[in-house]
Design a binder for this molecule. Sequence first.
Ligand SMILES: Nc1nc2c(ncn2[C@@H]2O[C@H](COP(=O)(O)OP(=O)(O)OP(=O)(O)O)[C@@H](O)[C@H]2O)c(=O)[nH]1
Ligand SMILES: [Mg+2]
Ligand SMILES: [Zn+2]
Length: 354
Amino acid sequence: MIAFDFAQLRLIGLQQAIAGAATQLNVSSPAAQLLRVSAVHRDSIGVHDGILEQPSRILPRLLHELQAQDTILAVGDWVAAEQDPQGTLWIREYLSPVTQIARRGNDGRRQVLASNVDTALLVMGLDGDFNPRRLERYLSIVLAARVMPVVVLSKADMADDVPGKLAQLKHRLPSHVPLFAIDTRHAYDVAILEPWLGAGQTLVLLGSSGAGKSSLTNTLCAAQQATNGVRHGDGRGRHTTTARSLHLCSSGACIIDTPGLRSWRADADAETLAATFDDIAALASTCQFRDCQHASEPGCQVRGAVDADRLRNYHKLLRDARRIDETPLERIAARAKWKTILKAGLERGKDKRR
Ligand SMILES: Nc1nc2c(ncn2[C@@H]2O[C@H](COP(=O)(O)OP(=O)(O)OP(=O)(O)O)[C@@H](O)[C@H]2O)c(=O)[nH]1
Ligand SMILES: [Mg+2]
Ligand SMILES: [Zn+2]
């Protein structure tokens, strides 16, 4: 049993489900505290008690347990920690997250972006950053984690053809995904996000570098985080934010700002992807053939009804997901098979030349 002040921890997003699980924690010491991970550094973990952030370390025993489960502490996790006589704060226990947003790096390794998040604000610039396919990829990782997505289109004040781009996304994305075009630097504009900013709510900001995530965090939290100008020419940012961090908002919500992601894949299997693109799945169920590719099959219900590029993107993401689902042994076998085929091809070439 661990004692904690619900009202104080609510400032950093404590909710009933976690509070309930915390009372079941196996900690005997009266000095143990319930804290939230607010920053993850190479050799220390920032933990927050609703008022202050302090550095802490993970007990080696817990680190091994986490590694055995192929997971790691992420910003947003709830932990039980205790100070030793030397003043070092040690994380002893961790509460399984209610939600966890993760991606796959290009090396196939899973990386947790944030834990215990209610809403993900997907920030995309209406300038050169505008890319519906990338947005759909973000949507798939967020929906796979059962987190509510809200699309925030930034730089509405300076981009060309804002109504056209908005209409394009409205036509393309499922209708239950809210969509706003704003100037992230103005309180008046960001007030439209109020329904997702209630007390005890946790939001994570995702999007490319330079999209305006830190600007939005600053406006929402009146915090002072570094933001940066965009390079001329390519419209890309410079990776101003280098680590994920948790910020308290005046509305009582808290926000996890993240650095722009460079290259990654959704951590979703084919089944979750189908759920993400449920408009396609619903229409596909009425196609004449069960394995309809929605290409040139007669009587296809999907082609024509779904944005063509959205359909292509869905198929690309599915291929990526299948690649992740392959076990390392299957990958080796597939590679060996190609080697044999290639070698046979070379041999044939030699024969011909002889
Ligand atoms: N005009 C205009 N400029 C914006 C808007 N949002 C962001 N900016 C500018 O775009 C630049 C990049 O914004 P940041 O908030 O640092 O971008 P970020 O998403 O945090 O980028 P990383 O930390 O690198 O991932 C800054 O110069 C901002 O002032 C907007 O809505 N309108
Ligand atoms: Mg930033
Ligand atoms: Zn079809």
